[in-house]
Design a protein around this ligand. Structure first.
Ligand code: G3H
Ligand code: 13P
Ligand code: ZN
Length: 339
């Protein structure tokens, strides 16, 4: 039953030269595509669910889909994670729903307030055996309910938004978070850079030094591959000037600087949208949803496998070692699963 918290995964990722991909799920086809890819790559996996996804798909449905997948692949290490939780109340609800990990995102509050909300959520989550991700620093782009800055303005003032390594240490100690999402130049969505795509690796290095042992997380880490933008635009889409984080830079953050978790949503949206658009344009008479959702699901499999390979997250083939480590820790599970 290896539904697990992120701890056994990050224990090995921290100095193992790989990161665990955290992919956003919103419906059955996306979830199935991600899990099929992880099974093919024998990779650990974080399925993350935003507040918007909970509302769109209805939590009971999403959880039932995930439970079905866990049953089908009992040898795959899977964590179910709340993405960008904004209140302790939502964190509590997710704990009751059987999430194994939660994010409390207080990054838009001032420092002390961020510590306070994170600490409260962490106390609740830890009491239930659930791991907690927090965020310090500010990302650009669009996040649900929080309108970020556009790429131009973000790049111009970047120093102001990046995570401060000294604050990070204080934040970690006082908030009791188990992992930390850092601002190092990434942003949410498909329009991440106006100018050169460049991450602040020196920041990651400094944070690793001030916070040894703390697993770092990169949000906004889609690469927005040009070939998918071209397909979307070729089949009637309109996404000019889309730009993501080059996969070589993601790989560098993971293998050279030790980032443990990499969040990807936009690339899944792109892959599925490009394929569905292609079906609609090349087969205009098609109206069986299985004939376009099916290829959309296949596109998700391809995109997720691409991410798990050695030149990006390097998480392929790591499932077995994580399961063994989890068993060595005593197969810990959140209290939800013990009743
Ligand atoms: O960080 C945001 C994720 O891409 C989730 O997006 O809130 O629209 O589901 P969403
Ligand atoms: P992208 O928009 O780059 O896919 O980032 C997703 C994310 O950070 C979800 O929390
Ligand atoms: Zn995010």
């Amino acid at each position: 039953m290896p539904l697990m918290t992120t701890k056994p995964m990050f224990d090995l990722a921290y100095s193992g030269g790989f990161a665990v991909g955290a992919f956003n799920v919103n419906n059955m086809e996306i979830t199935q595509g991600i899990i099929e890819a992880a099974a093919a790559e024998k990779s650990p996996l974080i399925l993350q669910i935003s507040k918007g996804a909970r509302e769109y798909a209805k939590m009971n449905y999403l959880k039932a889909i995930i439970d079905a997948a866990v049953k089908e692949y009992p040898w795959l290490p899977i964590a179910v994670h709340l993405d960008h939780g904004d209140t302790t109340k939502l964190v509590d609800t997710c704990i009751k729903d059987g999430f194994t990990s939660v994010m409390i995102d207080g990054s838009h509050h001032d420092f002390e307030h961020n510590i306070a909300v994170t600490r409260e959520a962490a106390d609740h989550a830890h009491a239930a055996g659930v791991t907690v991700e927090a965020e310090l620093g500010m990302l650009g782009g669009i996040e649900e309910d929080v309108v970020g800055l556009d790429a131009e303005e973000y790049e111009k003032n970047i120093e102001k938004f990046l995570t401060d390594p000294v604050q990070a240490k204080d934040f970690w100690e006082r908030s009791k978070c188990d992992s930390l999402a850092v601002a190092i130049g990434t942003s949410h969505g498909a329009f991440k850079f106006k100018h050169e795509a460049k991450l602040a690796f020196n920041r990651v290095e400094e944070i690793m030094k001030t916070c040894p042992g703390l697993p770092l997380v990169m949000h906004g880490s889609s690469s927005v591959p040009q070939e998918f933008i071209d397909l979307v635009n070729k089949y009637g889409g309109k996404m000019p000037n889309a730009k993501g984080v080059p996969e070589e830079q993601i790989n560098m953050a993971v293998t050279k600087y030790g980032v443990c978790k990499v969040n990807i949503d936009t690339d899944l949206r792109l892959a599925m949208t490009a394929k569905i658009r292609e079906v609609f344009v090349t087969k205009p008479a098609e109206f069986d949803p299985r004939k376009y959702m099916g290829p959309g699901r296949e596109a998700i499999v391809g995109m997720v496998r691409r991410k798990m390979e050695s030149n990006v997250l390097n998480s392929g083939g790591k499932a077995e070692a994580i399961i063994k480590h989890w068993e060595k820790l005593g197969s810990p599970l959140p209290s939800f699963y013990k009743n």
